[in-house]
Write a protein that binds this ligand. Structure first.
Ligand code: NDP
Length: 686
């Protein structure tokens, strides 16, 4: 025993830190076996907590815009980074080495910061998000439709696994909070002290409105009995628990949005070209060894099945055995330790039992699941385990290695005959979070990746060119989706702003353009517009949606086009050669350059003096719709479509609808002009 008094974990529910009734359960240090914390949530009022989230947290969050909520997360993330040494110290008790804790702690905070930054770059600063184009539902344009996303009115309940107490919490609350949904986090009991510490620090910061973040340490009691149609439940953990929760009566009855991420028998494939002696073979061996031993193999994305050409089986077994022999478990607090402990002694028992199950179809070729040899630490007290490599000789007919997940430092090598068999073997995992392919052959990479794609949430292709930059098989990244079909739970998380939308309701809105503009806060063609002062003279304080400029017309001549062609070097035949242009099925004659049209349009709508429009940062959705012939006369209708003030900045983004027409009122070009506009003008001095 240490002299440290075990910390009694509390739950933050209904606006206060609360202790459960009854005798708390001990939580042990994974590596020393000492009692590190006590946990229990008996008697805590879960119905009241959900109600608190819905009635206090939700409305408070929804009073803010997406960017304001993202700014809260940025401030929180930066403050958490300053505190990360405390989290790393606490994390040692989970059995994870500092290196293993990096993706959990630094990776978790980084994910939160990435969401905060992407949201401000990619979402409008609004309370409701229009999605996709406006659909014309009538010939005369008087009836249109569009999808909008608005925050769900309930609570996002996040039930997390033990292996990533920080990342698992932050990667889920970040998108939910940006969406405007309050969260109630239930960390796995094992390692809950780390999640509780981080949640406590976030709540203490006072940046989030009360009710936006709650945490229950211990069992959830009757919480799920009280979820309603506006709540969302996300779950990460075992398939058995996931299936039980997914079919909970209240979840089924109320059609509660339920996202599940469960066991996954991820495969890594050595392609036929990557024989021993190639850089890809070495990269493959290194990656499998790393995935088997980082976090002692307790990663949902870890490689469990090692698929190799039959001719390479022995070479892979030899190379992996040599690599694994260098990894001995030890105390995570000792700097030299390469691999820490499993989360608990009972987890080790489970991993041993699972390996025993796999041995019905495979033989152990390296390591002994029952004998522990450590570089430091007491093998009887700590949940240490040495790596175990198995080999399955009848990979296509065997079942155990394809459906038994040993959630520890263990994997099975299996041989395949040809690419189709490699894909068929990977598919036997019946849906995985990730698969990786090691090859330097583009054709093989395409064949294998496309074969794997329908059954995998992510496929990583590794070769010599990305060896130094690859983020690796096991790392889910904030901009990319994390999840997988079938056995992996069928859920999807993160994926950039897709992740935010999981916590919003999608509604198809139909009505007149005027109504739609009012509802979405974005101008749409056909909605009222107002002219007056040139809109480029207006700061954000003065600018309104629908402010419009209709320009004079300008004729396009043969001389303009030839000048532009020579000046830019774009002498494409359709602009320069009458015969060739006429032979082109799209044109009746020589045509003006599309880029000349865009340039002339800018010349027509720009107001040249220094003013609140600070910069043009691009064009979206540019389409040339009607050819422009010499002698045509062009005019522009420029309308303020979307205003997105940037939080913490002196400017914001303005999107302008730009419609260029010819003398017959035919639309020749349509696009959005993107500008940065000062909030006030002149700009403040500093
Ligand atoms: P569990 O399914 O036992 O637990 C996952 C979470 O669910 C924990 O927070 C747990 O809380 C909670 N939980 C358990 N029962 C209930 C219930 N009846 N109602 C509400 N919540 C409940 O998984 P473990 O974390 O113990 O991991 C076991 C296995 O899951 C691993 O061996 C591995 O196979 C798989 N796993 C998969 C992961 C993935 O991302 N795909 C990640 C981690 C694990 P409590 O801890 O308090 O029981």
């Amino acid at each position: 025993m240490t002299n440290e008094t075990p910390r009694r974990l509390e739950s933050y529910l209904s606006g206060a830190w609360r202790t459960g009734a009854g005798e708390p359960k001990p939580l042990f240090d994974a590596a020393t076996g000492d009692i590190h914390a006590l946990i229990g949530s008996e008697g805590l009022d879960m119905a009241a907590a959900l109600d608190w989230g819905r009635t206090v947290g939700g409305p408070a969050l929804r009073r803010h815009t997406t960017h304001e909520r993202a700014m809260m997360l940025k401030t929180i993330g930066l403050k958490l980074l300053e505190m990360k040494d405390d989290f790393h110290r606490e994390s040692l008790h989970t059995g994870a080495t500092p290196r293993d804790a990096w993706p959990d702690i630094d990776g978790g905070i980084g994910t939160m910061l990435t969401f905060a930054s992407k949201a401000r770059r990619e979402l409008p600063n609004a309370r409701v998000l229009p999605e996709g184009p406006v659909e014309q539902l009538s010939k005369d344009g008087s009836f249109v439709g569009q999808h909008v996303l608005s925050p769900m009115l309930g609570v996002a309940v996040h039930i997390n696994a033990f292996n990533f107490p920080v990342w698992g919490m932050l990667e889920k609350i970040a998108p939910a909070l940006i969406a405007g949904m309050p969260c109630l986090v239930k960390p796995a009991s094992t390692g809950a002290y780390l999640a509780e510490l981080v949640a406590r620090r976030i709540i203490d910061m006072g940046i989030l409105p009360d009710g936006a973040l709650q945490i229950v340490c211990g069992g959830v009691g009757d919480l799920l009995d009280h979820v309603t149609e506006q709540d969302v439940v996300t779950f990460t953990g075992s398939a058995a628990t996931g299936h039980k929760l997914r079919s909970h009566p209240a979840i089924v009855k109320n059609s509660v949005r339920f996202t599940m991420e469960a066991d996954s028998l991820n495969a890594s494939i050595l392609a036929p070209d990557a024989v021993a002696g190639t850089p890809e073979f070495d990269l493959f061996v290194k990656e499998v060894q790393r995935e088997m031993t980082s976090k002692a193999g307790q990663k949902c994305t870890a490689i469990r099945r090692v698929l190799v050409p039959k001719s390479q089986e022995q070479a892979v077994i030899d190379a992996l055995s040599a690599a694994l022999a260098k990894v001995q478990p030890g105390l995570p607090s000792v700097a030299a330790t390469r691999m820490g402990a499993l989360a608990s002694l009972s987890d080790r028992d489970t991993v041993r039992a699972q390996i025993a199950r796999i041995t019905t179809d495979a033989e152990i070729v390296f390591g002994d699941p029952d004998a522990v040899s450590t570089s430091s630490g007491d093998p009887d007290k700590g949940a240490f385990m040495n790596p175990v490599l198995l080999h399955c000789a009848n990979s296509m007919t065997a079942t155990a290695p394809h459906d038994t997940e040993a959630f520890g430092p263990a994997a099975t090598v299996m041989g395949y005959d040809g690419v189709d068999e490699a894909i068929a073997l990977a598919m036997k995992g019946r849906g995985s979070l990730v698969s990786s392919v090691f090859t330097n052959d583009d054709t093989l990479a395409a064949e294998l990746t496309l074969g794997l794609a329908p059954q995998h949430g992510r496929v990583l292709v590794g070769n010599r060119d990305s060896a130094k930059t690859s983020t690796g098989h096991g790392s889910p990244l904030a901009p990319l989706i994390h999840g997988g079909p079938g056995r992996a739970g069928g859920g999807e998380e993160m994926g950039g702003m897709r992740g935010v939308k999981h916590f919003m309701a999608r509604t198809a809105i139909q009505g007149t353009p005027r109504m739609l503009a009012k509802i979405t806060g974005q101008w749409v063609a056909g909605a009222p517009a107002q002219s007056g002062m040139h809109p480029f003279r207006k700061s954000l304080a003065e600018l309104h949606i629908g402010d419009q400029l209709v320009t004079a017309r300008r004729a396009i001549t043969l001389e303009d086009t030839e000048h532009f062609a020579k000046f830019t070097g774009d002498t494409f035949y359709a602009h320069m050669d009458e015969v060739a242009a006429k032979a082109n099925p799209f044109f009746d004659d020589r045509v003006a350059h599309g880029y000349l049209i865009v340039s002339f349009a800018a010349g027509l709508f720009v107001q040249p003096d220094p003013g609140p429009v600070l910069a043009n940062y691009g064009i979206d959705n540019l389409r040339f719709l009607t050819p422009v012939y010499f002698g045509d006369s062009l005019g522009v209708q420029l309308t303020c479509k979307e205003i997105s003030p940037r939080e913490g900045s002196v400017y914001g983004e303005v999107r302008w609808d730009c419609c260029v027409t010819n003398q017959n009122d035919e639309v020749v070009a349509q696009y959005d002009v993107l500008t940065m506009v000062a909030k006030s003008w002149p700009l403040p001095d500093d």
